[in-house]
Design a protein around this ligand. Structure first.
Ligand code: 6PG
Length: 215
């Protein structure tokens, strides 16, 4: 059963998320970090932390199939938010397209397992990483899956699969904003959305009041 922590604002949730990541990764480790906009404020706070950065190995939860320097790339947004510390940020070669990028990173991901923490976002339709409802990725046993016709642009992506996202003791979902109310209600109710399929010994949902479903 996921633990839910509700904060008054997205800013409060972000500073708590940054503290959680700092505590979990202080001595370094291997972490999956969510793409999208929600966690960026927490990453910026985390960039000020005193971590053993050189012992940190980071991987985005998924990547958009865009050129490496495109502003909408998750790895670029992560690097900008975390700042210039000596961590290792692995990138999916998503510019090569979904299948080539997935093929090229299976072995790397296998070596990185298990993760010390997996941080995920939640899409309004219940997707997480690039595992979308009505698309095959969530049902794949592959560690890395190609994604086509994603409803959230761009349509072509590459994503960690469920098996990789579950290879950790702790999965954190960071969900804020009123636009996420429906998806969060479904996640809390365990409805059949991709985000609810991600299981781990500890699942923590950090949210703000705006995203909480209204009774
Ligand atoms: C992506 C993300 C995706 C994201 C959710 C929430 O590449 O878009 O990996 O899974 O986490 O769509 O996005 P926001 O945080 O921007 O609402």
């Amino acid at each position: 059963m996921p633990e839910v922590q509700v904060y008054p604002t997205a800013e409060a949730a972000s500073s708590h998320l940054a503290k959680l990541l700092e505590d979990r990764l202080r001595a370094g480790g291997r972490a999956v970090l969510a793409g999208g906009h929600t966690p960026l404020a927490a990453y910026r706070i985390l960039s000020q932390a005193d971590l053993l950065w050189e012992r940190l190995q980071l991987l985005p939860s998924d990547e958009r199939c865009l050129p490496p320097d495109h502003p909408e790339r998750n790895d670029r947004a992560l690097r900008e938010a975390l700042g210039h510390h000596p961590y290792t940020l692995y990138s999916f070669p998503a510019e090569r397209g979904p299948e080539a990028a997935a093929e090229a990173t299976q072995a790397l991901v296998a070596e990185l397992l298990p993760f010390d923490v997996v941080l995920l976002g939640l899409g309004e339709d219940g997707h997480t990483a690039s595992l979308f409802p009505q698309l095959p990725g969530i049902d794949s046993e592959a560690l890395v899956v190609p994604v086509h016709q994603a409803p959230k642009p761009p349509p072509e992506r590459v994503s960690l699969g469920r098996r990789a996202l579950e290879a950790t003791e702790l999965v954190i979902f960071m969900v804020t904003g009123s636009e996420k109310q429906t998806a969060l209600r479904k996640l809390l109710a365990g409805e059949d959305i991709p985000a609810a399929r991600i299981q781990a010994p500890q699942v923590l949902i950090l949210t703000d009041r705006a995203a909480l479903p209204k009774e």
